[in-house]
Design a protein around this ligand. Sequence first.
Ligand SMILES: [Zn+2]
Length: 317
Amino acid sequence: MPGLLDLPRLLAERWRGLGRGLIACCLLLALSACSAMPSADASEAELAAILAQLPDSSVPTGPNPFKTPSVPRNILPSRPANADSLGPVCQAMQPAIGREAYSMANFKPDVRSAWAHPTNFGDRAAVDRNGQPVDNRISLIVLHETVASADSAINFFQTPHPRDEDQASYHALIRRNGTIVYTVPPEKRAFGAGSSSFRGEAVRFNPKLPGSVNNFSLHVSLESPADGRDNRRRHSGYTARQYDSLALLAQQWMTTYTIPGDRITTHAAVDRSGSRMDPRSFQWARLAQRLQLLNEGTIPGCGDSAVSAAQLPASPN
Ligand SMILES: [Zn+2]
């Protein structure tokens, strides 16, 4: 798995990718509304210096960080009474876990990194341009789809974009086979949603651009199916492995940054331009079931579980 020790190879791959520039449609749509801060092109040495300064926790080095989930034998899922007033993943919780969720058992996603060019992401700023404090604590997970292929999206992220309106990135994307590709370190601010807000929360830096959720969000994108490479409202959806990896990644982020299930949302939901639909054909129940499986039947932040693990019946064997 690539890490800082693989930096020369990562850099070589990065520069080989420049200029190919196939643009993910989702990103293309997002370009006019990105609330990015300008940054100059960085040389390879500058890029290496930036990556070298990142805290260890931001770069997936060493062993694969995902634990292989085991299937709990006596799981008795519960659906909180107040789930309907919470976010979509809470609303999608079910009283029984379906068979598909168990596909996560013994699955360990392949994890790679393909870092975006520094012009395509920034810092999570603590103050705005007037010196006023703004919220930069990571507290929201935003789901997207690539529309184009994952490779096209990565090529776009790795292409320098000095103009604010051209910049775009996610923190991670998930290929059709479930491979997780990190593209922006979680501590950094990815430019995933332009004009956007979540329950009224948005941060504005550039007076020429509308506020966005980017300063406090983690963005993850699912690679679209072949029949989703257009702007129709629906397509054939995402693979079971994509849902498996998304659940594992979301679980890791929720644990690391104390993000409740109630704060998992979509680009379509936070978008204020009215033009974003992604991720299209997303099935919340498939994510909710997996998160329930990882959390003994409930989802943290979705309300109190009616049945705790301690109350579960003994194994029949
Ligand atoms: Zn999007």
